[in-house]
Design a protein around this ligand. Structure first.
Ligand SMILES: [Zn+2]
Length: 391
């Protein structure tokens, strides 16, 4: 965008000041993001942008991260999901990280699970992120699902070392993204991928399968205490948004929502696990959870992950009835994790992932990927139809 075009754009935006409704803000944000992307401006380099006085930057501001747009004193958050949905029919997420690391020889037989690889073999994490971008993913979800201060410190690491490792998960994803995007051929027909920092549930740290039951007796305040430090570290490391995922219980969703208020410059997607087509893992009605959580302004998308593909269609229909926000779904392979034997049991339900994901898109899902046991091949199956789908 030329400086003159930018001035016209913002003059028009300024005229609307004072009469803007939330819907107009969305439009404004879309067009703003689209202009910047079309111009090839790296959005990371513009911080706390004041739309009304915006000038295209002469030089990138090193190291700055855009998370907040301010328009006439009102904050408009950068929202990677909306930015991509302004130009594409679907945001394609990545697939499994932990099980993919294992498939490549990573040893995950450890209470730290994938976080162990952060310590010992970070290069294969970066490689898996890169492979997902190549398969078509618009997003890398960081290897922080099970990376916690408590887990690392139980292994004898200091608080500072634990923080550095948690942040390393973001750095590895950013490096993979920059490597992928530096190749001009990779930019054809797609948006620049973003980094979502995985915020796994408290149960993931317990390593006893309780993340799929949610039966831990922590209060909302205790759960906030558990999540606060890691959330701060992930945001500081430069993640574009948060993936609050595999949430088994409403009390934990409430704790995470309240924490968002403490970090007002970041957006998040919220994703529950489901025990069937109607209830989250701990037993609360899925519809009630969505109705309570979805209205928060920092929540960019909401839905379900790490649940069987068999439950996804009715769950999408439930979200659709309750909110207009983008629906995120990334099921596992349909097998279930048995914590006593540390293995996956049951039958696979993610065959023909391309047509299943397309059916979910038609039901209303706009952010789709895979969770445990899915692979870059599954993500590629999504890309094959999604890249050919007009908005
Ligand atoms: Zn999973």
């Amino acid at each position: 965008m030329s400086e003159r075009a930018a001035q016209e754009f913002f003059k028009d935006a300024k005229k609307k000041a004072g009469t803007l409704k939330p819907a107009t803000f969305h439009t404004l944000r879309h067009s703003f993001a689209t202009h910047l992307l079309e111009d090839g401006v790296d959005m990371r380099y513009i911080q706390d942008l004041r739309l009304a006085t915006f000038r295209p930057p002469k030089q990138p501001l090193e190291g700055a991260t855009i998370r907040r747009l301010v328009y006439d004193g009102q904050i408009i958050m950068a929202n990677p999901i909306q930015t991509i949905l302004a130009t594409q029919a679907l945001v394609i997420l990545d697939g499994a990280l932990a099980t993919e690391l294992e498939r490549r020889g990573g040893d995950l037989n450890d209470p730290l699970w994938s976080a162990k690889i952060l310590l010992e073999q970070p290069e294969i994490i970066q490689q898996v992120h890169l492979d997902y971008f190549r398969a078509g993913a618009d997003c890398a979800t960081t290897a922080s699902y099970q990376a916690t201060f408590e887990g690392f410190m139980q292994r004898g690491l200091s608080h500072a070392q634990a923080r550095a490792l948690i942040q390393k998960s973001v750095q590895l994803a950013l490096r993979a993204r920059d490597e992928f995007w530096s190749e001009p051929a990779n930019r054809i027909g797609r948006a620049r991928p973003f980094i979502a920092a995985s915020v796994g549930p408290y149960g993931a740290f317990l390593h006893d399968g309780s993340e799929y039951r949610g039966d831990y007796a922590l209060s909302e305040n205790e759960l906030m205490e558990f999540h606060r430090g890691r959330m701060a570290a992930l945001i500081d490391a430069g993640a574009d948004m948060l993936a609050c995922e595999t949430i088994p219980t409403l009390v934990e969703a409430r704790a995470l929502v309240r924490l968002l208020d403490e970090f007002p410059n970041i957006t998040a997607w919220f994703s529950f696990t489901a025990r069937d087509g109607e209830h989250i893992s701990h037993g609360e009605r899925f519809a009630d959870c969505i109705a309570e959580v979805a209205p928060h302004p920092q929540i960019a998308a909401i839905g379900v992950n790490c649940s069987s593909p068999r439950f996804i269609s009715p769950l999408i229909q439930t979200v659709r009835r309750v909110t207009d926000k983008p629906i995120v779904v990334y099921p596992n392979s349909g097998e279930t994790f048995d914590a006593t034997t540390n293995s996956w049991q049951g039958t696979i339900a993610c065959a023909d992932f391309g047509s299943q994901t397309r059916a979910w898109y038609e039901l209303g899902a706009r952010v789709i990927g895979g969770c445990c046991r899915t692979t870059p091949e599954h993500i590629h199956e999504i890309a094959l139809w999604a890249r050919a789908t007009a908005i």
